[in-house]
Design a protein around this ligand. Structure first.
Ligand code: PMP
Length: 404
């Protein structure tokens, strides 16, 4: 990979903060956008702006064609069987809420159980808690071991005749653990239980084939995939989506409306009420094409190298604690040094131009489990360099020396 050339595609990476070159290591929160994505949004507004699926006129048809081509790009990216199995949403959060609401409405009654894990993002906890309150379902939680890996034996014990769905993150946004989703899906399917994969932290790092995985649902956000904010996707097997009721009512999701009763549209439109952010949908395809052009295998190999280098260097610092030490990790390092508060570390690194995330990372139950309030989290992307990691490490060392 020609990193220098790649970095030229991301103008923000050459900017300075407080007079220092920006070192962006908050990629798990959101990724920077290549020029082709920003230019695609501008291009759509300047040349093709019209509402999709509504008009007979040229612009509307052109915008519709581009948005539907984008659906096919997403379908091919995760190798879904049909493009109608791709629902555009605002992102991972909305995708999980859609499934939680609609799946539970159709398939769950009071006392039924949904299994999640101790390392889930709030999006994959609270969406189900809302259903606990509405429908009286119960959440069961797979515990983790000291390395930050799921205890699969415990998961097997949690499965009962009341289990309706297992909803699990592919990669933890705090620990970086890559969960054995193939095995989880196999275990679940042997008991006829569907599985939802939260791929918010994986679609940008690992090639995903939903047909090979055989997952029932998979969700992700465009903004973590070098694409625009406010757009994401839900993949669902047709057999589930067809049986699930709509999540929201409005335009687009209907076939006919009358005060005597309304007929819903077919897939995927049944789940896409209202005017979508189609410029974002179209620009998401530009992001996917950009990533495919570099190649996910090259991306993964390079990011793994950066992760290993960063971890090895951090481990040389006295008093460091890294949270998440699985052999199977991706792109994220959460840590604390001695008694230095994560917030102090983040603020001081920021003054050196280094952007990291601090806090609970929307995973408060995991923090509780780890017995901490929060961590400092550095997360790498393919546009980061070894030199940036060196700067980051010396930044952390400087902060440590200030406190000692
Ligand atoms: N799940 C995971 C694992 C995440 O990392 C995130 C974002 N931090 C989300 C869900 C929520 O994503 P979004 O805010 O884009 O909907």
């Amino acid at each position: 990979m020609d990193i220098k050339k790649i970095r030229n595609d991301f103008p923000i990476l050459s900017s300075t903060v407080y007079g220092k070159p920006l070192i962006y290591l908050d990629n798990a929160a959101t990724t920077q956008k290549p020029k082709c994505v920003v230019e695609e949004i501008e291009n759509i507004y300047y040349t093709t702006n019209a509402n999709v699926h509504r008009g007979v006129h040229y612009l509307s048809q052109r915008a519709t064609d581009l948005a539907e081509e984008s659906r096919v790009t997403v379908q091919q990216y995760i190798n879904a069987k049909h493009s109608r199995e791709i629902i555009f949403t605002k992102g991972t959060t909305e995708s999980i809420n859609l499934v939680a609401h609609s799946f539970c409405q159709q398939f769950c009654t009071a006392g039924d159980e949904i299994i999640i894990s101790a390392m889930e993002h709030h999006a994959n906890i609270v969406s189900w808690q809302l259903q606990e309150a509405i429908r009286g379902i119960k959440l069961r939680v797979i515990p983790i071991n000291e390395k930050g890996e799921l205890k699969l034996d415990e998961m097997k014990k949690l499965i009962s005749p009341k289990t309706r769905l297992i909803s699990i993150t592919h990669i933890s946004n705090v620990l970086g653990t890559i969960n054995p989703i193939e095995e989880i899906i196999e275990i679940a399917h042997s008991r006829h239980i569907p599985v939802l994969i939260d791929a918010a932290q994986s679609v940008q790092h690992i090639a995903i084939d939903v047909q090979q995985l055989d997952c029932d649902f998979l969700v992700f956000s465009g903004h973590k995939l070098y694409g625009p904010n406010g757009v994401g996707a839900l993949y669902g097997k047709e057999k589930w989506l067809n049986r699930m009721p709509p999540y929201q009512g409005g335009g687009e999701m209907i076939s006919t409306v009358s005060f005597k009763g309304t007929k819903f549209n077919e897939l995927p439109f049944k789940f896409e009420a209202g005017t979508p952010d189609y410029p974002a949908v179209i620009a998401l395809a530009a992001a996917i094409k950009y990533i495919k052009n570099i190649g996910l295998d090259s991306i993964k190999a390079y990011e793994d190298e950066l992760l290993k280098y960063c971890t090895d260097e951090l481990l040389k610092i006295e008093g460091i604690r890294i949270f998440g030490t699985s052999d199977k990790k991706s792109s994220v390092i959460s840590f604390l040094v001695g008694n230095i508060h994560h917030y102090d570390m983040g603020m001081l690194l920021d003054k050196m131009g280094i952007a990291v995330r601090t806090g609970h990372h929307c995973a408060q139950p995991l923090m509780e489990e780890l017995g901490i309030e929060g961590t400092v989290r550095a997360s790498v992307a393919f546009y980061n360099t070894k030199e940036e990691i060196d700067q980051f490490i010396s930044g952390v060392k400087r902060v440590v020396s200030m406190f000692r």
